[in-house]
Design a protein around this ligand. Sequence first.
Ligand code: NDP
Ligand code: MN
Length: 404
Amino acid sequence: MNFHKENKELQSLLDNSSSESTYLNNLNIHVGNNEHENIVKAMRKFGERVLFCTGNRAMRHYGFLDIYLKLFSKFNFRVVYYDNISVNPTLKQMEEGLTVAKEFNPDFIFALGGGSVIDTAKVISVGLFGDIWDFVEKKQEIKKAIPIVASATTSGTGSHVTPYAVITNTDTLQKKTLKHDLLLPKMSINDLDIIKYMPKYIIATTGFDVLCHATEVFTRNECTNIAENFCIKSCKSIRENLVSSYNQDSVKNKLGMIYADIYAGIALALIGTHVPHAISHPISARFQNINHGHSLAYITAETAKKLIEKKNSNLNNKFRFLSDILGGSSDFVRAVNNYKQLLGLNSIHTFNDMDCQLIYEDTLGYRRDSVDRSPVVLLDEDIKDIIFHSLKNDNAKINKGHHL
Ligand code: NDP
Ligand code: MN
């Protein structure tokens, strides 16, 4: 089973680049539908005791929890499932899942969900061998993990193809990223049968996340030719599929967004993000009902506006190039606002000055390293401007979106 070979473009990009990166060589991506039985059979090689992580609503509602439980039973796996996983999953939820895992002693974890579920599974897989927050704070080194099989149900966070996991600590009000090669899933499954049930709002927020991965990586000074190619592929697919996938129930568009997510996720794993992600995490850490893609929708246009004002010709050429690919406008700020409008990503929260100040302090505090990855130097005052302008004036309300 190696579905991605069917996608010649993805395969040729991987073939041309994988000799340069162990990470690319370790990718094992499957895109398909109606393959649940084959997927379960393929998991046999990881053992017979499976911890099944999933969310507590959608997968149960659409019957996939049941389908997988029955298949695990048919093929004689021993299964325990854990489903207390929310949007922006918390350290406490991950520790609760870890307690379940320690009692059961799984050989591997099957994660069926969006980024929240996949990240929880990743954290449990290493948490079995040390303290989770000590890993995040680098007080302990990750040395061991049990394998993860990830079936992404959103398109997406790229989490199924990255060695990252994002954790919200509700005691310290921080949202931090754990990084380690061992966090990369051994199998990354994209099942159209499941992804097709994403509600419109999740298509919008996760699609916007994909757009940010591709455009932030592309504008990083460290971006390589290989990563650039993945970003460009992703942006092309976003233009062709994101808004249509939001507006109409088309399998072709949903498949297009699966690939946009994979391409951007690979670029993300190779290079990483910068300022919009650095600010979005403190927003979601303090306001946990604001999901990841929506927090990015607040920040991205104002960040680009501030960066463009710095008049770095190389960077501004990159922004122009990206807006040409994304469509809607030759101006990147307008192009982004246009997507926000077309995807209905308006403000859902009223932020006061104190909220903005705290998010600013968090950003310069525990996300400082991500801010420092900005392609041009941003002063503390610039970051403050971005946060106050983004959160207090909602651009999407001002600009009327037009079709791409
Ligand atoms: P979530 O996993 O939080 O899912 C959002 C909601 O969508 C949930 O309510 C979920 O249901 C529902 N849902 C998911 N899939 C489907 C489906 N196919 N049909 C119907 N409903 C569905 O969203 P994201 O994927 O955006 O994940 C966000 C998290 O990922 C954040 O914490 C973010 O920081 C992180 N992230 C991780 C990255 C990484 O590399 N590790 C990169 C970028 C972001 P239910 O309630 O049942 O779960
Ligand atoms: Mn993201």
